[in-house]
Design a binder for this molecule. Structure first.
Ligand code: NAP
Length: 258
């Protein structure tokens, strides 16, 4: 491999929720490292198209796929289309998610069943459906990677975060089990657990909590003097999926500055 080659040359990644935020940063970093991208979005087509254009401008192939990951048939259809378009997918990034702020942070007892369904649909059933649809295909590659974008909420289990924590804890259980089951098929499965990240979801959370609403006003009080950026998450996902990460599986990496 020449020194000028990217760390993910020859790889193709399917990224859920790739149009905005952390997913977008992963798509751009992956493309900069030579990977092709199947980019999923739920409803914000304009953001997905814009990210796809940026990916292509970096020299990578990119197709966008509308699919609500809480819909099993939509996940199945997306994976089939992406496999057809790219020939082989060998990285799955389960990134799409919905924060507890999207439903106004209800307590366990006060949450409605619709609120549970919304959060568990995206945060837990989504990764389950995506694994069901794509793992049999991923097994065909000599090496494949699955990354779960979880959250420190899966360990903190804080009040008013239950709907989110339950989904993320379930997603982490899925990852640890999958890592053991698929090791003999060359699959590496790892979890990234961010703290607060500067995205639409992060900004929404900050706006609902006491204190400043502006991320830049928060910077000084954060570890190392700044709020974590999507690019910080993308860099670590890239490392895990690259040759440098080939001996790492079944791990959970917290990226919170703590
Ligand atoms: P974001 O800015 O709100 O973006 C969320 C992305 O997920 C969007 O691309 C959205 O698609 C997609 N999405 C949401 N529901 C979906 C569904 N049902 N089906 C398909 N796509 C769906 O969020 P983010 O901060 O980048 O979060 C990315 C991941 O990091 C999430 O899993 C989140 O839980 C996790 N995380 C975030 C933070 C934080 O502080 N930001 C901290 C810890 C963990 P559209 O663009 O089409 O709406």
């Amino acid at each position: 491999m020449g020194l000028d080659m990217g760390k993910l040359e020859g790889r193709t990644a399917l990224i859920t929720g790739g149009g905005r935020g952390i997913g977008r940063a992963i798509a751009l970093r992956f493309a900069a490292e030579g990977a092709h991208i199947a980019l999923n979005y739920a409803s914000n087509r304009a953001a997905a198209e814009e990210t796809a254009e940026e990916v292509r401008s970096l020299g990578s192939k990119c197709e966008i796929y509308q699919a609500d990951v809480s819909d099993q048939q939509a996940c199945q259809a997306m994976c089939e289309s992406a496999i057809q378009a790219f020939g082989q997918i060998d990285i799955l990034i389960n990134n799409a998610g919905i924060g507890s702020s999207a439903v106004n942070r209800p307590t366990i007892a006060d949450a409605t069943m619709d609120q549970w369904q919304l959060l568990l649909g995206a945060n837990l059933w989504g990764p389950i459906y995506m694994c069901k649809a794509l793992v049999p295909h991923l097994r065909q590659a000599d090496r494949s990677d699955v990354i779960m974008i979880s959250s420190i909420a899966a360990q903190n289990m804080g009040p008013n975060m239950g709907l989110y924590s339950v989904g993320k804890a379930g997603m982490e259980a899925l990852a640890h089990t999958l890592a053991k089951e698929e090791k003999s098929n060359g699959m590496r499965v790892n979890i990234i657990a961010p703290g607060l990240v500067d995205t639409d979801m992060g900004r929404k959370l900050v706006s609902l909590l006491p204190g400043p609403d502006d991320m830049r006003e928060l910077d000084a009080n954060m570890p190392f003097g700044f709020v974590c950026t999507p690019a910080d998450i993308a860099a670590n996902v890239t490392h895990l999926c690259s040759e440098d990460g080939r001996y790492v599986t079944n791990q959970r990496i917290t990226i919170s500055g703590n």
